[in-house]
Design a protein around this ligand. Structure first.
Ligand code: OAA
Ligand code: MG
Length: 588
C-alpha cells in the first residue's frame, strides 16, 4: 500500500526501503542513524561490528554532538563543525539545529555564513548542491540530473554577486543557498531531500578571489549581457523540465539582475526574490508591530529608507502598497515614504537612470515644498530634519550611516522612533542597537537584520528583534508548496507580513522586540505559512483546493521532523528512489 508516497506493508506498518547495507549505509548522511541503530537493525543491515556496542538514542547523540560543537569557541569553527555534521548525518544535524536554533541560527546563517562565503575556498570540505558554470551551456538539464534527489521541490539559487552586504563572493556565495535551505528545513520542516542549493557560477569581478590560487570557482570575469541572460534562461527552463514542481527562490543577485529576473520569470516559473520581497515583508511586519507598540496608526507613519538596492526598493514598494490599502493616496501616499541612495533623497529633478529608483523618486514640487528642493541638502540628516520620520530603515550596506546626529534629530520629533539598521552581516549594520538606544535615551524600538544581544540600559533590558527575511522565506516556500501555488503574489507577502506582526506577543513588544525570538521560529513559520496558503487561495493562484478550516492541518502535515524512522529494516531494494518518501512529510 502506498499513501502520500509512504509505503506500508500488509499489516499497515511503515516500510522503509533502504538501498544500502554495511559501510555504505552507515556513511550515507541521509539514511544513517549512526550509533542509534538497534542491535536488530545492525544484524539485518550488515552493520555488526562496525559500531561501538552501545545503542544511543537520538537525544543522546544530539547531546554528544552539541557538547562537541560547544568546545569550539570561534564561530567559523562552529560553522565548520555543523557543516561536517550535516555531511555525516542530516537527521542529527537538524535535531541539533532545531534544538538549539537561537544559538545556531547566527552560525549556519547570518552573520557567520557571510564569513564562510568569504573564506569558502579555504575552509572547503565537501561539496553540496549544484554548480552551474558557462561551460555547462547547452547541458544544464543534464547537469541538474546529477542532483542527489529526483523530486526537488525547493531551490535557492544565487549568482553570488551581492552576498549579504559583502558584495561579489564568486563561488563562495554557495554558502547562502545552503544556509537558507537549512532554515527551510529547520523552520518550515521542508524535508531536506526535497531541497537543492544552486550556484550560477558565472565568474567573479572580485580581484582578490581571481588572484587566489586556491580559489575554487570558475576563474573568469563575470559573464554579462546576452550571454548571462541566455545562460539564466536555459537554467530556468531546465529547472522547469527537470523539477516541474519546484519553487525557485532567487537570492543575493545584485539589484539590476534581481529585478530583471524577477520580472521576467515571476509568471513563467513559481518563484520569488527573497531580498526584494522577503525582506520587504519583514520590514512591513516591523512597521505593523511598531504601530501596535507605539499606538501610531499605519497611515500616520512616515518612513525613510536609506538604501536603494534590491532590499531598499522592495521595502518602499511593499510599504507604499500597504499604506495604499490603508486608504492613503495622492501626495499623502507619496510623502509617507522617502527613499535615499548614496547621493541622498531620490527626486525627479535629477536624471535617474535606474528605472526602479525612478518609480519611487519624489516629484520635484513636493521636494521643494518640504525644503528639499534642487540645490538644498538632501542627505539623510536633512531628510530626517525635514520629514520627522517615525521609522528609519537602513539597507545601505554602509556601516555607521545612522549617525548620532541623525538619530538624535529623529528622536526630537517622535516619542518612540522605530529604527531598523537592516544591513547584513553585523559588520555592515548602519548603527549598533546600543548606540541607537543611547542616543534616544532608551526610547527607540530597534530591529536589526543581523542578530544582536539584548541591551541593558537604565535598569531595563531592551530585546533587539531580528528583522530578517528568515521570518518570511521559509513560510512563503512552505505555504506555496502546500497550496501548490502557480505563482507567488505580492498579496502573499503582504499577508505574511500581517501574520508575522500578529505573532509578536505583547510581552515581547513590552521589552522592545518587534519580532518573535528565533526560539519560536518553527511555530511562527507554521502560522505565517497558513496565512500564505489562505492568501494563495484568495488570490486564485492555488492549484490545490483547501477549506479554511483544513489549512492548519495541511501545513502541520507538510512539516517534517528529523526523527529516525527506520525502526523496521525493510527488504532492501537497491536503487529505490522512492526511499525518501517514507520519511514523514506529506507532500502529494
Ligand atoms: O541572508 C540574510 O540574512 C538576509 C538576506 O537575505 C540578505 O541580507 O541578503
Ligand atoms: Mg539575501
Amino acid at each position: 500500500m502506498e499513501r502520500y508516497g509512504l509505503k506500508y506493508d500488509n499489516q499497515g506498518n511503515l516500510r522503509t526501503a533502504v538501498p544500502y547495507r554495511g559501510t555504505r549505509l552507515l556513511r550515507h548522511p541521509m539514511y544513517t542513524k549512526g550509533t542509534a541503530y538497534s542491535h536488530e537493525e545492525r544484524m539485518a543491515l550488515g552493520l555488526e561490528g562496525l559500531l561501538p556496542h552501545a545503542v544511543s538514542t537520538q537525544d543522546q547523540q544530539s547531546r554528544r554532538v552539541y557538547a562537541n560543537i560547544s568546545r569550539k569557541k570561534d564561530p567559523l569553527e562552529k560553522y565548520i563543525g555543523l557543516a561536517a555534521l550535516q555531511d555525516r548525518n542530516e537527521y542529527l544535524f537538524y535535531r541539533v539545529l532545531i534544538g538549539h536554533i537561537q544559538e545556531f541560527l547566527p552560525i549556519v546563517y547570518t552573520p557567520t555564513v557571510g564569513q564562510a562565503c568569504q573564506e569558502f575556498s579555504h575552509i572547503f570540505r565537501r561539496a553540496r548542491g549544484i554548480w552551474i558554470t558557462p561551460e555547462h551551456r547547452g547541458r544544464i538539464y543534464e547537469v541538474l540530473g546529477n542532483a542527489p534527489f529526483d523530486d526537488v521541490r525547493l531551490i535557492v539559487v544565487t549568482d553570488n554577486e551581492r552576498i549579504l552586504g559583502l558584495g561579489d563572493q564568486g563561488a563562495g556565495g554557495m554558502g547562502i543557498p545552503i544556509g537558507k535551505l537549512a532554515l527551510y528545513t529547520a523552520a518550515a520542516g521542508i524535508p531536506p531531500w526535497l531541497t537543492l542549493p544552486i550556484s550560477l557560477d558565472v565568474g567573479t569581478d572580485n580581484q582578490n578571489l581571481l588572484s587566489d590560487d586556491l580559489y575554487l570557482g570558475w576563474r573568469a570575469p563575470r559573464l554579462r549581457g546576452p550571454e548571462y541572460d541566455s545562460l539564466v534562461d536555459e537554467f530556468v527552463h531546465a529547472v522547469q523540465r527537470r523539477f516541474p514542481r519546484a519553487l525557485l527562490q532567487w537570492e543575493d543577485f545584485k539589484k539590476t539582475n534581481a529585478f530583471r529576473l524577477l520580472d521576467r520569470y515571476q509568471k513563467v516559473i513559481t518563484s520569488f526574490n527573497d531580498d526584494i520581497q522577503g525582506t520587504s515583508a519583514v520590514a512591513v511586519a516591523g512597521l505593523i508591530a511598531g504601530s501596535r507598540a507605539t499606538g501610531i496608526p499605519l497611515r500616520e507613519q512616515r518612513i525613510v529608507v536609506l538604501g536603494a538596492g534590491a532590499a531598499g526598493i522592495g521595502i518602499v514598494r511593499l510599504v507604499r502598497d500597504t499604506l495604499k490599502r490603508e486608504g492613503l493616496s495622492g501626495e499623502a501616499l507619496i510623502r509617507a515614504t522617502a527613499n535615499l541612495d548614496s547621493h541622498g533623497l531620490l527626486v525627479d529633478d535629477e536624471p535617474i537612470a535606474d528605472v526602479h529608483k525612478r518609480d519611487f523618486a519624489w516629484p520635484a514640487e513636493l521636494a521643494a515644498k518640504m525644503g528639499l528642493g534642487k540645490g538644498q541638502p538632501r542627505d539623510l540628516l536633512a531628510v530626517v530634519r525635514a520629514l520627522h520620520p517615525t521609522m528609519l530603515i537602513g539597507t545601505s550596506g554602509e556601516p555607521g550611516t545612522f549617525t548620532e546626529a541623525i538619530i538624535r534629530e529623529m528622536a526630537k520629533h517622535v516619542e518612540r522612533p522605530l529604527v531598523f539598521p537592516m544591513s547584513n552581516p553585523t559588520s555592515k549594520c548602519e548603527a549598533t542597537p546600543e548606540n541607537v538606544l543611547l542616543w534616544t535615551e532608551g526610547r527607540a524600538l530597534v530591529a536589526t537584520g543581523s542578530p544582536f544581544e539584548p541591551v541593558h540600559m537604565g535598569g531595563r533590558v531592551h530585546v533587539i528583534g531580528q528583522g530578517n527575511n528568515v521570518y518570511v522565506f521559509p513560510a512563503m516556500g512552505l505555504g506555496a508548496l502546500v497550496s501548490e501555488a502557480r505563482e507567488v503574489t505580492t498579496s502573499m507577502f503582504a499577508a505574511a507580513a500581517r501574520r508575522l506582526a500578529e505573532n509578536v506577543h505583547t510581552g515581547e513588544l513590552e521589552v522592545g522586540s518587534l519580532f518573535p525570538p528565533a526560539s519560536r521560529i518553527r511555530e511562527v513559520t507554521a502560522s505565517v505559512a497558513e496565512a500564505v496558503v489562505k492568501e494563495a487561495l484568495v488570490a486564485g493562484v492555488a492549484r490545490r483546493h483547501l477549506e479554511d478550516k483544513d489549512i492548519p492541518a495541511a501545513v502541520a502535515q507538510a512539516m517534517w521532523s528529523p526523527d529516525y524512522l527506520m525502526e523496521d529494516p525493510a527488504p532492501i531494494e537497491a536503487g529505490d528512489t522512492s526511499a525518501f518518501a517514507h520519511m514523514g512529510a506529506h507532500f502529494d
